[in-house]
Design a protein around this ligand. Structure first.
Ligand SMILES: [Zn+2]
Length: 204
């Protein structure tokens, strides 16, 4: 279960040659699926090309490495809070929060904090999306719960409530559990009605 929630930090040295990555220079990043989750690789593009590997990446992308900067903190305090909330939620690893985690990630993507690097459809039809923090380079492997359009606004309100401190994580998790039970009951009641795949109507 914990494989659905994964944060992997970007390395500051090349995974292959061990030398430092160069500030503002291209970097190749990859995730390798392991029994315990994901292992992350960051490499000089040349090293990635020439290194011998006996494995296929779960995901691989080209990015730009930014050396950690300390002065950037002042600006965009609010956005950083959202990023911290995402990290906290992913560490908590609570399945009841999967919608909140996903909507928060999409909000961070829209405000250009995160960038989607890859998406993989799983055998069970779920989708795992790989997001990368543009500046810090951390990777988040997030389950796309394929939310229905009409539910997104509600989840967004929960995210805003968490960010503004008007609701606690426990309160939101309780609401999500209740909503899930309600949705399941509604789905069972609707099994007679033929209709298309509701998941198709999700927003991109
Ligand atoms: Zn290297």
């Amino acid at each position: 279960m914990s494989q659905e929630w994964n944060i992997r930090s970007r390395g500051h040295v090349c995974s292959f040659c061990g030398k430092p990555l160069v500030d503002r220079a291209p970097v190749v990043s990859a995730l390798k699926e392991t029994s315990g989750g994901y292992e992350r690789f960051d490499a000089h593009p040349e090293c990635w090309k020439t290194a011998e590997r006996d494995w296929t990446p779960f995901s691989q992308w080209d990015g730009v490495y930014f050396a950690p900067a300390k002065e950037e903190k002042k600006e965009a305090l609010k956005k950083e809070d959202a990023g911290e909330l995402l990290r906290k939620l992913m560490t908590l690893d609570d399945p009841a929060m999967k919608n909140v985690v996903y909507v928060l990630a999409v909000m961070l993507e829209r405000s250009k904090i995160l960038v989607e690097r890859d998406s993989k459809e799983q055998e069970d039809g779920s989708i795992r999306r790989v997001y990368e923090d543009r500046k810090q380079g951390d990777t988040f492997v997030i389950l796309d719960p394929r939310l229905r359009l009409e539910n997104i606004g509600e989840v967004q309100q929960q995210v805003v409530a968490l960010l503004s401190g008007t609701k606690t994580l426990g309160e939101v998790a309780g609401e999500e559990d209740a909503a899930e039970a309600e949705a399941q009951a509604a789905e069972e009641a609707q099994t007679e009605t033929p209709g298309g795949d509701a998941a198709e109507s999700e927003t991109a």
